[in-house]
Design a protein around this ligand. Structure first.
Ligand code: GLP
Length: 235
């Protein structure tokens, strides 16, 4: 799975060394990032002109906090490839005016011409980035109150559930849909129900934010056997 995703991303970077790359956190893309590091070291995959934008960040966590997504990205990818640190963008969770910062983050993405390739994971409830199931979804970057389900799912990375921030900044569905190409990664039995629902129901609903990806023209879904295990063969 990680090899497939890594080689797809690598191919895009070789085609366009100035690629604007959207990146995700969570446990799912770690293998893909390891593969990108391997490709950089063994196959000279060059990130020197790549610009990255991450999807989200917890509100209140500084980049040096081990649970921040900035820390995660530095550790799992950026420190081991030749991307310029000034070209790596992870939204700040500690800006003075978070609402204004959301607008700024969208402008930063727009100014470089938008995201060429967006890597996504998926939450068990169908969230992408931190677009949680809701009656309506945001176009641009926004501040979100995390659902109890997400807080509990993500608590495995924290010492206790009480330490999980209750709010986050996240790219909106509009930012994600504007990406020219999307790679959605899902692995493990935990994701089997949601993958089945999206592929078999073929229903678009804001209650399953990832279902909106069915409207996008260029999405590659990369799953392992466990995540795909409940999908009927004809879906
Ligand atoms: C977090 C992130 C998402 C990620 C999701 C799934 O909530 N904001 O971007 O897709 O977790 O995480 P995991 O890959 O660990 O299952």
């Amino acid at each position: 799975m990680s090899r497939t995703a890594g080689s797809l991303i690598g191919k895009e970077i070789r085609k366009n060394p100035n690629l604007i790359l959207g990146l995700a956190t969570g446990s799912t893309p770690i293998g893909t990032y390891k593969e990108l590091i391997r490709m950089h070291k063994e196959e000279n995959l060059d990130f020197s002109k790549v610009i990255s934008f991450n999807l989200d960040e917890y509100i209140g966590l500084e980049g040096i906090d081990q649970n921040s997504y900035r820390y995660f990205m530095d550790k799992e990818l950026f420190n081991d490839i030749n991307i310029k640190s000034e070209n790596t963008n992870v939204p700040s969770g500690v800006a003075d005016d978070m609402e204004k910062y959301c607008e700024l983050y969208d402008t930063m993405i727009d100014e470089v011409g938008g995201i060429d390739l967006q890597v996504l994971g998926i939450g068990v409830n169908g969230h992408i980035a931190f677009n949680e199931p809701a009656d309506s979804l945001s176009m641009g970057s926004f501040i979100v109150n995390l659902t109890n389900e997400t807080i509990s799912a993500n608590s495995r990375f924290f010492d206790s559930i009480d330490e999980v921030p209750k709010r986050a900044i996240s790219m909106g569905i509009g930012n994600i849909q504007k990406a020219k190409k999307i790679v959605l990664l899902a692995n493990g039995k935990r994701k089997a129900e949601i993958i089945k629902k999206i592929l078999e129901d073929e229903t678009i609903t804001t209650q399953i934010p990832a279902s909106l990806l069915l409207l996008h023209q260029d999405v590659t879904l990369i799953v392992d056997e466990d995540a795909y295990s409940l999908v009927k063969s004809e879906a």
